[in-house]
Design a protein around this ligand. Structure first.
Ligand SMILES: *[C@@H]1O[C@H](CO)[C@@H](O)[C@H](O)[C@H]1NC(C)=O
Ligand SMILES: *[C@@H]1O[C@H](CO)[C@@H](O)[C@H](O)[C@H]1NC(C)=O
Ligand SMILES: *[C@@H]1O[C@H](CO)[C@@H](O)[C@H](O)[C@H]1NC(C)=O
Ligand SMILES: *[C@@H]1O[C@H](CO)[C@@H](O)[C@H](O)[C@H]1NC(C)=O
Length: 480
């Protein structure tokens, strides 16, 4: 099964008009007029590394409209009050762990991952905030150890933009959830143009919306998280077959037409969700400006990849007729800055496989990269801001793509874990230790190497868990 989707939304037009004008001195003055340029930024890490327990120092500034990003203190300077979409991407190298937390937005929102396989793992977290000049958002790395991957392809990055909209919602929860019913999102970070009643969200204005939802999923389960509407055909799920012992965050985004009066809800179909103070379970919605370009395509179940390109199947929205199906290419309809959200889902990978976004044949951002065989279904979610000129060609490329091989996941789970079962409560305990470790239990110089431990009992438990994970990681990799 391979399900892919891509969402492209133009977030601002950036016409830079250079006019020559004569001043009183009869000398030519250049007047640079920028119109409809929204505050937007995109920064990344050039070098791989580790920041300790501190603010991330971004070394590459790729986009900085209206000087939204302050390069001196690595935070955002909000001059235009309004709604901001922010997205963090973190890529980890072999057996390392990291946690990013978004600070100074009113309430922290974060993501944590532990890469126990012999390759790289990327995770992504989005949020929506109403920001004023009193907020100075920045990204903090919480663990003192991690192997963050840097480079020219925005492997570890932070991006965001202001969006003019009167209809938005960002809600989250900070506790786990396992009932198969509507999931409450008690923490409302931004709400306008919707009405929240109970666990449902009532749409007040008909139109086209960006919808994103995500959660961390508890380990060792097959989980399904669904967004659905009471009236329209909106129904999309994140399905995840989880075979590691730590929660893994997964997200999905789409565009959909919503009708005034309908209710939107998040529902757990199976498995259980993990959420904590980092607000790991969340729902993001905002109404799109229909004067700007937008595009959304969703892959069909079972679609295969042609050599070097991924098939995005059926086009749901394409404001400017910009998609060329035969080339699986998006041709930018206008000069501007575009927000691109890609969801890839792979099953069996060939060795040395990489998926990335390219513009005019030049690689812009890596979405996925592995150098070994992997059995579990692997989602790869990427969000990026790119400047494109009219006519620029954007493609998602997959080097090393091969036909889908169907593997029965239940069989695989049994093969990995034999008769041993891991209860949800022991997973929770593990998670608590894992999270607690970021301040006082675990302090590693190198992955897996303990430097300090606040008490011996914890230390022993943590070592045992790390050993456990080593075993799992070996079983997970399909060696040839
Ligand atoms: C788009 O950008 C290109 C390259 O900067 C420029 O030559 C062209 O005039 C721009 N088009 C518009 C409509 O601004
Ligand atoms: C030329 O322009 C500058 C400022 O633009 C002004 O200070 C100066 O007086 C002008 N000189 C003349 C000769 O007009
Ligand atoms: C996105 O990836 C997830 C796996 O995390 C998958 O369950 C989902 O169906 C994908 N969505 C689309 C639209 O392809
Ligand atoms: C779209 O453009 C039209 C005409 O330029 C304008 O009247 C309308 O307000 C615009 N809509 C939005 C949402 O900006």
């Amino acid at each position: 099964m391979m399900l892919h989707s891509i969402v492209i939304c133009m977030i601002c037009l950036t016409f830079a008009q250079v006019n020559g004008e004569l001043d009183n001195n009869n000398s030519l003055q250049k007047v640079v007029k920028t119109s409809e340029e929204n505050p937007a930024f995109s920064v990344s890490l050039k070098e791989s590394g580790n920041f300790g327990n501190a603010k991330v120092k971004w070394t590459s500034v790729d986009i900085n409209h209206q000087n939204l990003f302050n390069t001196l203190d690595n935070s955002l300077e909000i001059t235009k009050t309004g709604i901001y979409y922010l997205t963090m991407t973190m890529t980890l190298s072999k057996t390392s762990r990291a946690s990013f937390s978004l600070e100074k937005t009113g309430r922290r929102s974060g993501m944590t991952t532990y890469n126990q396989v012999d390759g790289r793992e990327s995770i992504n977290k989005r949020s929506l905030h109403l920001l004023t000049s009193l907020n100075r958002p920045y990204v903090k790395q919480v663990f003192t150890t991690s192997g963050l991957v840097g480079g020219n392809n925005r492997e570890t990055a932070w991006a965001g933009f202001h969006y003019d909209t009167d209809h938005y919602f960002f809600g989250a929860r900070d506790e786990e959830w396992e009932d198969q019913s509507v999931i409450p999102l008690p923490i409302t970070m931004a709400l306008r143009g919707f009405q929240k009643h109970g666990n449902k969200l009532n749409v007040l204005s008909t139109g086209l919306y960006f919808i994103g939802f995500s959660s961390a999923f508890n380990a060792l389960a097959e989980s399904r998280l669904t967004i659905r509407s009471s009236e329209s055909s909106l129904r999309h799920s994140i399905r995840i077959h989880h075979i590691t012992r730590h929660p893994i965050i997964s997200s999905m985004s789409l565009l959909a037409n919503l009708q005034a009066g309908e209710d939107i809800e998040l529902q757990l179909g199976s498995g259980s969700l993990y959420s904590d103070t980092d607000l790991q379970t969340s729902l993001t919605l905002f109404k799109l400006d229909s004067n700007k370009s937008y595009f959304y395509s969703k892959g069909e179940k079972g679609s295969t990849c042609k050599p070097d390109s991924i098939n995005f199947g059926s086009v749901k929205f394409d404001s400017d007729n910009s998609w060329i199906p035969s080339d699986q290419t998006y041709v930018a309809p206008k000069n501007g800055t575009y927000f691109i959200s890609v969801n890839l889902s792979f099953f069996r990978k060939r060795e040395s496989e990489e998926a990335y976004i390219e513009v005019n044949g030049v690689k812009k951002t890596t979405l996925y990269k592995h150098t070994f065989y992997i059995i579990k279904e692997t989602p790869a979610m990427g969000e990026v801001l790119l400047k494109m000129n009219k006519g620029d060609k954007l493609r998602v490329v997959n080097r090393g793509c091969e036909a889908v091989i169907t593997i029965n996941i239940h069989k695989q789970l049994k093969a990995f874990f034999g008769s041993t079962t891991l209860s949800i409560s022991s997973v929770r305990k593990w998670v608590r230790q894992f999270k607690g470790g970021r301040t006082n239990i675990l302090d590693e110089d190198r992955p897996g190497c303990l430097k300090t431990a606040s008490n011996n009992e914890n230390k022993d438990r943590v070592i045992a868990l790390i050993k456990d994970n080593r075993r799992i990681s070996q079983a997970e990799i399909f060696k040839h």
